[in-house]
Design a protein around this ligand. Structure first.
Ligand SMILES: [Zn+2]
Length: 168
């Protein structure tokens, strides 16, 4: 098969967005008849020795999967993602680290509301101070992101996915 670096939006049977997966997993779900193609990438095909298959861009599960609440896991990469991979103090995208808004040494917890993406140099400049004390205002306040928001901010989105990523 030709190598693709593409992703597929996976929808539940009711067209609500579930996940983003790579096209091989999507292809397999379609092949196993667990999902059907809602939208195929135009003019792109997965080639096997004797066949060409459309590249699934959006697929939908045939059977509804009941997922009551998808919680976003607090992790370094999810915090980076929430903050659009930018330092909240200076906007740079380089040398990113995690910063505790209220420093850990002063009782600051590792929570969505106390962790932000900060570059190496802002992080050491801020040191053991709060943003107010360091006079380093944040470009946005940290928050707990919703599952749908994380799907919207993943940087892989294709335009025709957007109608499925809007919150209802
Ligand atoms: Zn910075």
């Amino acid at each position: 098969m030709t190598r693709f670096h593409k992703h597929t939006l996976l929808l539940n049977a009711d067209y609500s967005a579930l996940a983003i997966c790579d096209i091989y997993k999507a292809f397999l779900l379609v092949f196993l008849e667990k999902a059907e193609i809602v939208n195929a990438a135009e003019g792109e095909y997965l080639h096997t020795v004797d066949k060409a298959y459309p590249v699934p861009s959006i697929i939908k599960l045939r059977r509804y999967v009941n997922i009551p609440y998808q919680k976003v896991i607090l992790s370094k990469s999810n915090i980076f993602k929430r903050d659009a991979n930018q330092c909240v103090y200076c906007d740079t995208k380089k040398d990113l680290t995690l910063d505790h808004v209220l420093p850990r040494s002063r009782g600051g917890k590792s929570t969505w509301k106390n962790l932000v993406t900060a570059c190496q140099s802002c992080n050491s400049k801020k040191g053991d101070r709060t943003p107010e004390e360091a006079q380093m205002p944040m470009r946005h306040q940290p928050f707990r992101p919703s599952f749908l928001m994380m799907l919207q901010n993943n940087g892989l989105n294709q335009n025709h996915w957007l109608p499925y990523l809007k919150s209802s």
